[in-house]
Design a protein around this ligand. Structure first.
Ligand code: PLP
Ligand code: SF4
Length: 361
């Protein structure tokens, strides 16, 4: 068995893997030269792992591009493995404290399927394993001390590859340290391994549903990922009163056209999932072939702003290199400011004028 199937602390995880080897893919789809030539032990490697649920959809081009590796990963030399310079912002070894009022806890390096566009390649699939009792204790202590932190992202890897017991330990420790912190449950598992979301799992969350609310943060990148099973998994959170928000990565050849994103966002909204961010791809080594240009992103953003309701619209955002942080990417609608009057472009390309408030001018 390939090494990464032996995640000891999650017996559940061990049984649900479908594809870990190129030769298995070969029997399901006709591989291209580049797909066949991928080397697992390249400099910017990420294991090949595709869940049984995603394996069923692997012939779908949008799914295939996200999960089937390519030799272009091996030769890409743009960017680094840690463009967000998370290493520099460690509060504890697993707690990234980059923004004053929020932090991200790396629960584990494991996922149910590895996305080829993964932005945390320095860590994901690195065999670091789930956070230990000690890791959890240290992070909880840090949170107790740093009262400026109001939100914590439970991320990774994927939080829900943890066993129910480990998840319970994590949630109860953080809740005990800081019941006032909003915990974001960041997961792609609802999309790629929806049968992980059992009654037992929801009971663990329910038992720890005290103090500040949870938010479910999903990653759906294409409308075809919104399967009945995935939507049922999200429904489990919604019925616990946990709101759901989605982060999409703008991916070349997957969703870098307005029509696909319009469908994705409207479908998400219909399932009570609020489109939150549309991310420009980070400069992560090994992912250049999956990045769309900013020019294209801005073009798409302009269409989305016209075609989607405010509720359905995600914020097109870039996480700047060298740990610069997240900033919104959008066309500037302010054309000019003269004699205390703004000239502002309408969505249709007309101009309107708006005087600066008296007290400010
Ligand atoms: C993205 C991110 C956050 C959350 O940012 P929001 O804009 O509030 O969604 C927090 N910490 C780190 C390290 C992040 O990368
Ligand atoms: S689920 Fe998230 S952490 Fe895991 S491979 Fe995909 S993008 Fe990376």
């Amino acid at each position: 068995m390939p090494q990464f199937v032996e995640a000891k602390s999650c017996k559940w995880y061990k049984h649900r893997v479908a594809i870990t080897d190129i030769s298995q893919l070969e029997t399901m789809i006709e591989l291209t030269e580049e797909e066949r030539a991928w080397k697992e032990d390249g400099p910017s490697t990420l294991p090949l792992l595709i869940s049984d649920h995603m394996a069923k959809l692997i012939a779908n081009p949008a799914i295939r591009r996200q999960f089937v590796p390519s030799s272009r990963e091996n030769t890409d030399d743009i960017g680094t493995l840690d463009p967000q310079e998370e290493k520099k912002h460690e509060g504890t070894e697993r707690l990234i404290h980059r923004y004053t009022n929020r932090a991200a806890f790396l629960t584990t390096d494991r996922c149910f399927s590895y996305c080829r566009h993964c932005f945390r390649r320095r860590f994901t699939g690195s065999m670091t394993g789930p956070a230990s009792d000690e890791d959890i204790r240290k992070a909880a202590e840090y949170l107790a001390k740093h009262t400026e932190i109001r939100e914590v992202l439970l991320t990774g890897g994927d939080l829900f590859t943890l066993s129910d017991e480990r998840l319970g330990k994590l949630l109860s420790s953080f809740k005990a340290a800081r019941p006032d912190i909003i915990l974001r449950l960041c997961t792609r598992a609802v999309a790629v391994q929806p049968d992980r979301f059992t009654e037992d799992l929801f009971n663990v969350i329910r038992e720890n549903q005290t103090g500040a609310p949870y938010y479910l943060m999903t990653q759906f990148n294409h409308p075809d990922e919104l399967t009945e099973e995935a939507m049922h998994a999200v429904e489990g959170f919604l019925s616990l009163g946990i709101p759901a928000m989605n982060q999409t990565v703008l991916l070349k050849g997957v969703n870098d056209d307005a029509e696909t994103l319009i469908k994705l966002c409207n479908d998400l909204l219909m399932h009570r999932i609020k489109p939150y961010y549309l991310f420009q791809g980070d400069l992560v080594k090994g992912t250049a072939h999956l990045r769309a240009s900013i020019r294209k992103g801005l073009e798409i953003d302009r269409i989305l702003r016209r075609e989607l309701s405010g509720l359905a619209l995600p914020q097109y955002t870039i996480d700047l290199p060298e740990g610069g942080g997240k900033v919104a990417l959008t066309d500037n609608h302010i054309i000019a400011f003269e004699n205390g009057i703004y000239a502002i472009e309408t969505p249709d390309g007309d101009i309107r004028h708006y005087p600066e408030s008296e007290s400010e001018a």
